[in-house]
Ligand binder design. Structure first.
Ligand code: FNR
Length: 342
């Protein structure tokens, strides 16, 4: 567990101090442009970003992606994130809760529910842990700690390859995910960590009983790079560098999953860096737009910086709606305002 805690501390430090983003591979959204409407004929004040996801109302289709917990600094960050999520009524995830099962005294660094009673809140665990002694009981414990609305199972095969003692037994995991989905009383969301979920894999996960997908595609934080920075042996350092830009661009994941599954609750994330990215992802069919690194950077700075970030994101999405002549997110999605450039 000391090892798990050190890893969490390293992740925060590296993500805040080093260049950890994709370089050559992008989120794919630059291949799209909104058709500008020179006369929207709506009052900007009438625009509403209100959204429902997994039965809960949000004031904007935004998610603070799963990041951290388990250390003192992580606790401060989670509590700042929860405060801003509650204030603006947006969704939030916490980082992998494996550390709590190993070391129950760090529970408070995750337990943000009392501070954010109304938000859509996601618990988090690496799916591969289902092959390492994690079953229904521990998953329930993780969900209960947060009074979470859903459990995110993250899929991170590349990251585990570059970790010095990574958990790389992914054999028969889909069956275990299916068993968990059948028994856990809250919905399960399958999420990547920045390498993307293809349409084909989404189909398998949904058939296994997963309720929603968070694509967490390429173009933003590269976990191969993060793990390369902290890898102890040269082979893994090199592996991380080689695979720094590996993965499916976020835009491609969204379009391929939406084409197969018009109704499935779908989260876009991975390399979204402003409200215009978020609005493009929504117009491509996502229901929520998630961001990790931008929220971490703001949270490390101050609560004021976090409030400013959310206000900017809301203003940017609102401006897209206004300049495409739409009053709601639902209208935007059906507007065909987004054009593919190639
Ligand atoms: C993450 N991410 C992550 N994801 C997850 O499911 N469980 C986790 O414990 C973590 N931990 C974590 C720590 C830190 C410091 C960061 C920045 C990110 C991955 C995150 O949720 C997201 O999928 C990727 O970072 C891609 O999104 P961005 O950063 O490009 O917006």
């Amino acid at each position: 567990s000391a090892q798990t805690q050190n890893r969490k501390a390293d992740h925060l430090r590296i993500c805040l101090d080093e260049d950890v983003q994709f370089h050559t591979n992008t989120n794919g959204l630059e291949r799209y442009r909104f058709t500008h409407c020179c006369l929207p004929e709506i009052d900007r004040q009438d625009i509403s970003l209100t959204t429902t996801f997994l039965g809960k109302q949000l004031s904007a289709p935004l998610l603070i992606s799963s990041m951290t917990g388990g250390t003192e600094q992580a606790g401060i960050i989670n509590h700042r994130l929860a405060e801003v999520a509650q204030h603006y009524k947006i969704a939030m995830g916490v980082g992998s809760q494996r550390v709590v099962v190993e070391k129950p005294q760090v529970a408070s660094t995750f337990a943000v529910r009392s501070q954010a009673p109304d938000i859509l809140l996601f618990a988090n665990l690496g799916a591969v842990q289902l092959n390492y002694d994690y079953g229904l009981e521990r998953c329930q414990q993780i969900v209960d700690l947060l009074a979470a609305d859903a459990l995110i199972l993250h899929l991170n095969p590349l990251q585990e390859c570059i970790q010095t003692t990574g958990d790389t037994n992914f054999a028969y995991l889909l069956d275990k995910i299916a068993t968990l989905c059948a028994k856990l009383p809250v919905p399960v969301i399958a999420k990547e960590v920045g390498n993307g979920i293809s349409g084909v894999m989404a189909e398998k996960l949904l058939a296994a009983g997963v309720t929603a997908i968070d694509v967490a595609g390429a173009g933003g934080t590269s976990w191969a790079k993060v793990e390369s920075e902290r890898a102890e042996n040269p082979l893994q350092r090199r592996l991380g560098t080689t695979f720094a830009d590996w993965g499916l661009p976020t835009a491609e994941c969204i379009t391929s999953i939406r084409a197969k599954f018009p109704q499935v609750p779908l989260i876009a994330s991975g390399g979204l860096r402003h409200g215009l990215d978020a609005a493009k992802a929504l117009a491509l069919g996502a229901d929520l737009a998630g961001m990790a690194l931008p929220f971490l950077q703001a949270a490390a700075e101050s609560e004021a910086a976090l409030h400013e970030l959310v206000e900017v994101l809301i203003a940017e999405i609102t401006t897209v709606l206004f300049c495409t002549g739409n009053t709601t997110i639902e209208q935007l999605k059906h507007s065909r305002a987004l054009q593919s450039l190639k």
